[in-house]
Design a protein around this ligand. Sequence first.
Ligand SMILES: Nc1ncnc2c1ncn2[C@@H]1O[C@H](COP(=O)(O)OP(=O)(O)OP(=O)(O)O)[C@@H](O)[C@H]1O
Length: 341
Amino acid sequence: MSEIVVQHLTKRFGSVTALQDASLTIGDGEFIVLLGPTGAGKTTMLRLVAGLDRPDEGRILINGADVTRAPPAARDITFVFQQYSLYPHLTVYENLAFPLRSPVRKMPEAEIRRVVQNVAELLRIADKLQNRATQLSGGQMQRVAIGRALVRRPAIALMDEPLSSLDAKLRADLRIELKRIQQDLGETLLYVTHDQTEAMTLATRIGVLRDGHLVQVGTPREIYENPADVYVAGRLGHPPINLLPRRLFPDFPAPGAAATVGVRTEHLQIAKVNGHKGAGPAGRVTWIEHLGDQNNIHVAIEDQETVSLVDPDTPLAVGDLVSVSLHRPLFFDRAGARVQA
Ligand SMILES: Nc1ncnc2c1ncn2[C@@H]1O[C@H](COP(=O)(O)OP(=O)(O)OP(=O)(O)O)[C@@H](O)[C@H]1O
């Protein structure tokens, strides 16, 4: 069992506050993804949990023990970085066996063989065990790096954009495998990315960071459907959520404080109107993107550009007049905070 508690962590670098009062509890077997743009504080949080940096304020507990001042080696953690960090002169087998060979563990060689074989099979690199690390492809190397982090069953494995240096196809394959392995092993993970697809598909919970603040923590579905503010709403969804002034929808019931209406592309529904205007505000089709399985229809409502996701068979052309209807809109006040309907 593992539980990692991060309490009120603050880290400053000179005049920059990289992390401000961040608190998070990571339960056993959770896959927590920290999501945010560059400079948001994701790596800082990871490095503090790893013990590579010391916080200015706050505490870190791993399984009840306060490790805030403990060096990395004294914490029950492993990490994987963006760049492969294998021992190039060793074979894949030796790379995987290395973390198990610590003098403290005294693991018998037969047991090491069994564990390494098992992880190699999970990672689908069992046929590469005798290869040197340098004889592997990028994807295989990163597989081994992930295997090496998981092989000794740490309290928590920390991963900083481990898939970002791989090409898109490999990244998608390894993403699925990483999730499968994490589930099979019941591993606890803290994972940093700025890729929303990784966050949505890997995480049991996502922590959204902005300017050093952990602004919301929730399941991918909670973050997508129930964002705390305009910023979080804009982090997930591709194309991004439509953010429109309230005045465009005078007939739509909305809370008094609502200044902005947020509508996801799949919830902005449009219908062609012929001559007479339909219900709701009218818009004009300005651009059509054909994606194969769906079309992104760009619609101008007055001076506002919006995007609607429609079935590719819908007969629409640039210049068409459409009526616009909103489903499950989100409301935000002037400051961008969520206002409940
Ligand atoms: N060692 C350092 N010295 C000075 N400033 C730092 C240091 N490490 C991080 N920072 C600053 O702290 C802030 C947060 O950085 P951090 O690396 O945690 O962001 P990030 O969300 O991981 O970004 P990225 O996606 O680019 O890795 C940034 O403004 C960064 O410039």
